[in-house]
Write a protein that binds this ligand. Structure first.
Ligand code: XIL
Length: 299
Protein backbone atom coordinates (compact mmCIF):
# COMPACT_ATOMS: atom_id res chain seq x y z
CA UNK A 1 0.00 0.00 0.00
CA UNK A 2 1.06 3.59 -0.50
CA UNK A 3 0.16 5.19 2.83
CA UNK A 4 1.15 4.52 6.44
CA UNK A 5 -2.34 3.61 7.58
CA UNK A 6 -3.17 1.30 4.68
CA UNK A 7 0.20 -0.44 4.93
CA UNK A 8 -0.18 -0.92 8.68
CA UNK A 9 -3.71 -2.26 8.13
CA UNK A 10 -2.32 -4.91 5.78
CA UNK A 11 -0.21 -6.02 8.74
CA UNK A 12 -3.23 -6.06 11.05
CA UNK A 13 -2.12 -2.86 12.76
CA UNK A 14 -2.91 0.84 12.82
CA UNK A 15 -0.67 3.83 12.21
CA UNK A 16 -1.75 6.95 14.08
CA UNK A 17 -0.86 10.53 14.88
CA UNK A 18 -1.44 12.86 17.79
CA UNK A 19 -3.86 15.54 16.60
CA UNK A 20 -4.59 19.05 17.86
CA UNK A 21 -8.15 20.33 17.44
CA UNK A 22 -6.79 23.78 16.60
CA UNK A 23 -5.14 22.35 13.47
CA UNK A 24 -8.26 20.78 11.98
CA UNK A 25 -8.74 24.01 10.02
CA UNK A 26 -5.21 23.81 8.53
CA UNK A 27 -5.83 22.24 5.13
CA UNK A 28 -2.22 21.12 4.57
CA UNK A 29 -2.26 19.37 7.94
CA UNK A 30 -5.65 17.76 7.40
CA UNK A 31 -4.65 16.57 3.92
CA UNK A 32 -1.75 14.58 5.36
CA UNK A 33 -3.75 13.38 8.35
CA UNK A 34 -6.62 12.07 6.23
CA UNK A 35 -4.35 10.50 3.63
CA UNK A 36 -1.80 8.77 5.84
CA UNK A 37 -3.23 7.89 9.25
CA UNK A 38 -5.97 5.53 10.44
CA UNK A 39 -5.81 6.32 14.15
CA UNK A 40 -5.73 9.58 16.09
CA UNK A 41 -4.86 10.50 19.66
CA UNK A 42 -6.02 13.93 20.88
CA UNK A 43 -2.73 15.59 21.87
CA UNK A 44 -4.19 17.62 24.76
CA UNK A 45 -7.97 17.76 24.34
CA UNK A 46 -8.90 14.73 26.49
CA UNK A 47 -6.58 15.63 29.37
CA UNK A 48 -8.03 16.44 32.77
CA UNK A 49 -7.56 20.21 32.52
CA UNK A 50 -9.31 20.23 29.14
CA UNK A 51 -12.27 17.98 29.99
CA UNK A 52 -13.00 19.07 33.58
CA UNK A 53 -11.74 22.67 33.87
CA UNK A 54 -13.98 23.24 36.90
CA UNK A 55 -14.95 20.43 39.21
CA UNK A 56 -17.99 18.60 37.84
CA UNK A 57 -18.20 20.91 34.80
CA UNK A 58 -17.16 18.89 31.81
CA UNK A 59 -16.14 20.34 28.45
CA UNK A 60 -15.85 17.95 25.55
CA UNK A 61 -16.01 20.47 22.68
CA UNK A 62 -12.48 20.07 21.34
CA UNK A 63 -12.21 16.35 22.08
CA UNK A 64 -15.53 15.73 20.35
CA UNK A 65 -14.26 17.68 17.34
CA UNK A 66 -11.30 15.35 16.97
CA UNK A 67 -13.35 12.20 17.63
CA UNK A 68 -15.91 13.21 15.05
CA UNK A 69 -13.25 14.10 12.46
CA UNK A 70 -11.63 10.72 12.99
CA UNK A 71 -14.65 8.45 13.20
CA UNK A 72 -16.44 10.00 10.23
CA UNK A 73 -13.37 9.05 8.17
CA UNK A 74 -13.00 5.54 9.55
CA UNK A 75 -10.04 6.35 11.80
CA UNK A 76 -9.73 4.84 15.28
CA UNK A 77 -9.37 7.00 18.38
CA UNK A 78 -6.96 6.44 21.28
CA UNK A 79 -8.14 8.22 24.42
CA UNK A 80 -5.41 10.09 26.31
CA UNK A 81 -5.53 10.29 29.31
CA UNK A 82 -7.91 9.75 32.24
CA UNK A 83 -5.58 9.96 35.26
CA UNK A 84 -2.21 11.75 35.33
CA UNK A 85 -0.17 13.90 37.69
CA UNK A 86 0.33 16.52 34.97
CA UNK A 87 -2.05 18.88 33.16
CA UNK A 88 -4.47 18.74 36.08
CA UNK A 89 -6.83 21.70 36.46
CA UNK A 90 -6.05 23.99 39.38
CA UNK A 91 -8.92 22.66 41.47
CA UNK A 92 -7.51 19.14 41.28
CA UNK A 93 -3.91 20.19 41.89
CA UNK A 94 -4.93 21.57 45.24
CA UNK A 95 -6.86 18.47 46.32
CA UNK A 96 -5.67 15.51 48.38
CA UNK A 97 -6.81 12.45 50.26
CA UNK A 98 -10.22 10.88 49.93
CA UNK A 99 -11.69 13.97 48.26
CA UNK A 100 -9.07 13.75 45.49
CA UNK A 101 -9.55 9.97 45.17
CA UNK A 102 -13.30 10.48 44.67
CA UNK A 103 -12.76 13.37 42.26
CA UNK A 104 -10.29 11.29 40.22
CA UNK A 105 -12.66 8.33 40.03
CA UNK A 106 -15.57 10.59 39.12
CA UNK A 107 -13.43 12.10 36.35
CA UNK A 108 -12.53 8.67 34.98
CA UNK A 109 -16.18 7.57 35.09
CA UNK A 110 -17.61 10.72 33.51
CA UNK A 111 -15.10 11.00 30.67
CA UNK A 112 -15.06 7.28 29.83
CA UNK A 113 -18.87 7.32 29.87
CA UNK A 114 -19.06 10.33 27.54
CA UNK A 115 -16.85 8.59 24.98
CA UNK A 116 -18.21 5.08 25.54
CA UNK A 117 -18.05 3.07 22.33
CA UNK A 118 -16.01 5.71 20.48
CA UNK A 119 -12.53 5.13 21.84
CA UNK A 120 -10.73 1.89 20.94
CA UNK A 121 -8.13 2.17 23.71
CA UNK A 122 -7.75 4.44 26.73
CA UNK A 123 -4.52 5.50 28.38
CA UNK A 124 -6.24 5.10 31.75
CA UNK A 125 -3.17 6.05 33.78
CA UNK A 126 -0.18 7.95 32.43
CA UNK A 127 3.35 8.25 33.86
CA UNK A 128 2.80 6.85 37.35
CA UNK A 129 6.37 5.63 37.90
CA UNK A 130 9.45 7.56 38.97
CA UNK A 131 12.48 8.16 36.78
CA UNK A 132 15.85 6.86 37.85
CA UNK A 133 16.84 3.56 39.33
CA UNK A 134 14.38 3.26 42.26
CA UNK A 135 11.57 1.47 40.42
CA UNK A 136 9.24 3.37 42.77
CA UNK A 137 5.99 5.09 42.06
CA UNK A 138 6.24 8.75 41.11
CA UNK A 139 5.30 10.98 44.01
CA UNK A 140 2.13 12.90 43.14
CA UNK A 141 -1.12 13.99 44.72
CA UNK A 142 -2.76 10.92 43.15
CA UNK A 143 -0.09 8.56 44.51
CA UNK A 144 -0.54 10.07 47.96
CA UNK A 145 -4.21 8.96 47.93
CA UNK A 146 -2.93 5.38 48.28
CA UNK A 147 -0.92 2.88 46.27
CA UNK A 148 -4.12 1.31 44.91
CA UNK A 149 -5.08 4.45 42.96
CA UNK A 150 -3.98 2.92 39.65
CA UNK A 151 -6.13 -0.20 39.96
CA UNK A 152 -9.06 1.90 41.20
CA UNK A 153 -8.79 4.01 38.03
CA UNK A 154 -8.69 0.91 35.81
CA UNK A 155 -11.73 -0.62 37.52
CA UNK A 156 -13.69 2.62 37.10
CA UNK A 157 -12.74 2.85 33.43
CA UNK A 158 -13.80 -0.75 32.79
CA UNK A 159 -17.16 -0.17 34.46
CA UNK A 160 -17.79 2.99 32.43
CA UNK A 161 -16.69 1.69 29.01
CA UNK A 162 -16.51 -2.11 29.04
CA UNK A 163 -15.69 -2.30 25.32
CA UNK A 164 -12.54 -0.16 25.39
CA UNK A 165 -9.05 -1.56 25.75
CA UNK A 166 -7.48 -0.17 28.91
CA UNK A 167 -3.80 0.78 28.76
CA UNK A 168 -1.08 1.86 31.15
CA UNK A 169 1.16 4.41 29.35
CA UNK A 170 4.63 5.73 30.24
CA UNK A 171 7.97 7.03 28.92
CA UNK A 172 11.50 5.71 29.46
CA UNK A 173 10.02 2.25 29.64
CA UNK A 174 11.65 1.20 26.37
CA UNK A 175 14.95 -0.22 27.66
CA UNK A 176 14.24 -3.65 29.11
CA UNK A 177 17.00 -3.31 31.71
CA UNK A 178 15.76 0.06 33.03
CA UNK A 179 14.32 -0.07 36.59
CA UNK A 180 11.24 1.89 35.47
CA UNK A 181 10.52 -0.66 32.73
CA UNK A 182 10.81 -3.49 35.24
CA UNK A 183 8.51 -1.68 37.67
CA UNK A 184 5.81 -1.25 35.02
CA UNK A 185 6.27 -4.90 34.06
CA UNK A 186 5.65 -5.97 37.66
CA UNK A 187 2.53 -3.77 37.85
CA UNK A 188 1.06 -5.38 34.73
CA UNK A 189 2.02 -8.86 35.93
CA UNK A 190 0.37 -8.19 39.30
CA UNK A 191 -2.80 -6.82 37.64
CA UNK A 192 -3.06 -9.87 35.38
CA UNK A 193 -2.53 -12.23 38.33
CA UNK A 194 -5.15 -10.51 40.49
CA UNK A 195 -7.70 -9.91 37.75
CA UNK A 196 -7.43 -6.12 37.72
CA UNK A 197 -8.65 -5.08 34.27
CA UNK A 198 -5.77 -4.13 31.95
CA UNK A 199 -5.50 -4.86 28.24
CA UNK A 200 -2.49 -2.98 26.94
CA UNK A 201 0.72 -1.18 27.69
CA UNK A 202 1.66 2.01 25.88
CA UNK A 203 5.31 2.82 25.34
CA UNK A 204 5.50 6.54 24.58
CA UNK A 205 8.90 6.13 22.90
CA UNK A 206 10.13 9.72 22.81
CA UNK A 207 13.67 8.99 21.65
CA UNK A 208 16.47 11.54 21.80
CA UNK A 209 20.11 11.80 22.81
CA UNK A 210 19.17 11.59 26.50
CA UNK A 211 16.92 8.55 26.06
CA UNK A 212 17.90 6.84 22.84
CA UNK A 213 16.21 3.94 21.07
CA UNK A 214 17.52 0.89 22.94
CA UNK A 215 18.83 -2.20 21.14
CA UNK A 216 16.65 -4.37 23.43
CA UNK A 217 13.41 -2.58 22.49
CA UNK A 218 12.02 -5.70 20.82
CA UNK A 219 12.65 -7.66 24.04
CA UNK A 220 10.66 -5.04 25.97
CA UNK A 221 7.75 -5.27 23.53
CA UNK A 222 7.72 -9.08 23.53
CA UNK A 223 8.12 -9.32 27.31
CA UNK A 224 5.08 -7.15 27.97
CA UNK A 225 3.13 -9.02 25.29
CA UNK A 226 3.96 -12.32 27.00
CA UNK A 227 1.99 -11.10 30.03
CA UNK A 228 -1.14 -11.28 27.87
CA UNK A 229 -1.56 -7.60 26.98
CA UNK A 230 -1.36 -5.71 23.70
CA UNK A 231 1.57 -3.34 23.31
CA UNK A 232 1.25 -0.04 21.51
CA UNK A 233 3.87 2.54 20.60
CA UNK A 234 1.87 5.57 21.61
CA UNK A 235 3.88 8.79 21.21
CA UNK A 236 6.75 8.01 18.87
CA UNK A 237 9.15 10.77 17.93
CA UNK A 238 12.90 10.49 17.35
CA UNK A 239 15.32 13.40 17.53
CA UNK A 240 16.58 14.09 14.02
CA UNK A 241 14.26 11.40 12.64
CA UNK A 242 17.01 9.02 11.50
CA UNK A 243 15.51 6.71 8.88
CA UNK A 244 17.34 3.68 10.29
CA UNK A 245 15.93 4.17 13.78
CA UNK A 246 12.39 4.62 12.53
CA UNK A 247 12.86 1.46 10.43
CA UNK A 248 14.06 -0.48 13.49
CA UNK A 249 11.10 0.64 15.60
CA UNK A 250 8.65 -0.52 12.93
CA UNK A 251 10.48 -3.84 12.48
CA UNK A 252 10.44 -4.44 16.24
CA UNK A 253 6.70 -3.84 16.42
CA UNK A 254 6.00 -6.09 13.44
CA UNK A 255 8.10 -8.83 15.03
CA UNK A 256 5.78 -8.94 18.05
CA UNK A 257 2.29 -10.20 17.24
CA UNK A 258 0.67 -8.23 20.06
CA UNK A 259 2.32 -4.93 19.09
CA UNK A 260 -0.77 -3.76 17.30
CA UNK A 261 -0.18 -0.11 16.50
CA UNK A 262 2.18 2.84 16.27
CA UNK A 263 1.30 6.51 16.83
CA UNK A 264 3.66 9.40 16.04
CA UNK A 265 3.34 12.38 18.38
CA UNK A 266 2.23 14.85 15.73
CA UNK A 267 2.08 15.04 11.95
CA UNK A 268 4.74 17.52 10.72
CA UNK A 269 7.93 18.59 12.51
CA UNK A 270 6.35 22.00 12.97
CA UNK A 271 3.46 20.41 14.87
CA UNK A 272 5.74 18.58 17.33
CA UNK A 273 6.01 19.44 21.01
CA UNK A 274 9.75 19.11 20.32
CA UNK A 275 9.75 20.94 16.99
CA UNK A 276 13.43 21.92 17.25
CA UNK A 277 14.38 18.22 17.17
CA UNK A 278 12.61 17.70 13.79
CA UNK A 279 11.50 14.30 15.11
CA UNK A 280 8.56 13.35 12.84
CA UNK A 281 7.92 11.85 9.40
CA UNK A 282 6.84 15.03 7.56
CA UNK A 283 8.73 18.32 7.42
CA UNK A 284 7.12 21.68 8.14
CA UNK A 285 6.15 21.99 4.49
CA UNK A 286 4.29 18.69 4.66
CA UNK A 287 6.90 16.83 2.58
CA UNK A 288 7.69 13.19 3.29
CA UNK A 289 11.10 12.83 4.95
CA UNK A 290 13.55 9.93 4.45
CA UNK A 291 12.19 8.46 7.70
CA UNK A 292 8.74 8.32 6.09
CA UNK A 293 10.06 6.25 3.20
CA UNK A 294 11.86 3.96 5.65
CA UNK A 295 8.71 3.42 7.70
CA UNK A 296 6.54 2.77 4.65
CA UNK A 297 9.08 0.31 3.27
CA UNK A 298 9.31 -1.51 6.62
CA UNK A 299 5.53 -1.84 7.03
C1 XIL B 1 2.47 17.04 25.50
C2 XIL B 1 1.84 17.81 24.35
O1 XIL B 1 2.40 17.35 23.14
C3 XIL B 1 2.09 19.29 24.52
O2 XIL B 1 1.34 20.02 23.55
C4 XIL B 1 1.69 19.74 25.92
O3 XIL B 1 2.05 21.09 26.09
C5 XIL B 1 2.34 18.89 26.98
O4 XIL B 1 2.03 17.53 26.74
N1 XIL B 1 3.82 12.54 27.45
C6 XIL B 1 2.46 12.52 27.25
C7 XIL B 1 1.82 13.56 26.41
O5 XIL B 1 1.79 11.58 27.68
O6 XIL B 1 0.53 13.88 26.85
C8 XIL B 1 2.67 14.80 26.34
O7 XIL B 1 2.06 15.69 25.39
C9 XIL B 1 4.10 14.47 25.97
C10 XIL B 1 4.72 13.56 26.98
Amino acid sequence: ATTLGASAAERGRYFGAAVAASKLSDTAYVTILNREFNSVTPENEMKIDATEPNQNQFNYTNADRIVSHARSRGMQVRGHTLAWHSQQPGWMQSMSGTALRSAMLNHVTQVATHFRGQVVAWDVVNEAFADGSSGARRDSNLQRTGNDWIEAAFRAARAADPGAKLCYNDYNTDDWTHAKTQAVYRLVQDFKQRGVPIDCVGLQSHFNSGSPYPSNYRTTLSSFAALGVDVQITELDIEGAPAATYRNVVADCLAVARCNGITTWGVRDSDSWRASQNPLLFDGGGNKKPAYDAVLAAL
